[in-house]
Design a protein around this ligand. Structure first.
Ligand code: ADP
Ligand code: ADP
Ligand code: ZN
Length: 214
């Protein structure tokens, strides 16, 4: 089962990807998490990516495509995976399709988590992220058991640098311009499914499980 999560920044892609991966026991591949881990470890890739991420811009395709294409060839991906935050541009989607075709594979489901722009800014200002394990929470909607501490791994939570309202506005513009066209792309491929991301977390997950048919 090869699944792609689509949706605006803050729509809930990561939250739902985590739940899908736990239920179906497949890996969660988040390009944002990969970049943040590289930034934390101060790698060359991290330094390059950070200069774009801080501005709310996409990291150039050439820095992300090979990384994902290699990752999905790993052993743990043979029963499927959830891609969260990739592809984000048409060239990324084409590169993924080409790589999958080469091994007789294809994307099975593209799930678009639909949330209007008006809801996004407040979601993002309440988001708290665990840089250690990638989990995300919301101070009002999805609180942790202990304030500021990750339920899953015990590390301290942070407000991401790029979740400030000015940067979120820029990221939304970038989303509409560069990523939203993927909805058409995957509709034409016959694999697009929409869920209403304004519903509560469990309700959204219920709709996704129905789509995945299990
Ligand atoms: P969100 O969870 O808000 O959608 P992500 O964690 O997926 O954000 O991504 C954070 C940032 O990392 C993006 O704003 C972008 O700069 C960069 N990034 C992540 N994935 C990609 C990608 N596939 N292509 C280009 N840039 C990416
Ligand atoms: P994305 O990966 O699309 O950027 P996240 O999964 O990180 O989005 O979710 C963005 C923020 O919204 C987080 O603070 C998360 O806890 C919260 N959130 C996720 N799903 C819901 C939901 N259904 N209702 C309310 N808040 C949610
Ligand atoms: Zn954690």
């Amino acid at each position: 089962m090869k699944i792609i999560m689509l949706g605006a920044p803050g729509a809930g892609k990561g939250t739902q990807a985590d739940k899908i991966c736990a239920k179906y026991n497949i890996p969660h591949i988040s390009t944002g998490d990969i970049f943040r881990a590289n930034i934390k470890n101060n790698t060359e890739l991290g330094q390059k990516a950070k200069s774009y991420m801080d501005k709310g811009l996409l990291v150039p395709d050439e820095l992300v495509v090979d990384l994902v294409v290699d990752r999905v060839k790993a052993d743990d991906c043979k029963n499927g995976y959830v891609l969260d935050g990739f592809p984000r541009t048409i060239p990324q989607a084409e590169a993924l399709d080409k790589a999958l075709e080469a091994s007789g594979d294809k994307v099975d489901y593209a799930i678009n988590v639909e949330v209007p722009d008006e809801n996004i800014i407040s979601r993002m200002s309440g988001r708290r992220a665990c840089i250690a394990c990638g989990a995300t929470y919301h101070i009002v909607h999805i609180p942790t058991k202990v304030e500021g501490i990750c339920d899953k791994c015990g590390a301290e939570l942070v407000l991401r640098d790029d979740d400030k309202p000015e940067t979120v506005k820029k990221r939304l513009d970038v989303y509409h311009e560069q990523t939203q066209p993927l909805i058409d792309y995957y509709t034409k491929k016959g694999v697009l499914n929409e869920v209403d991301g304004t519903k509560d977390m469990e309700e959204v997950f219920g709709a996704i499980v129905k789509i995945l048919g299990a």
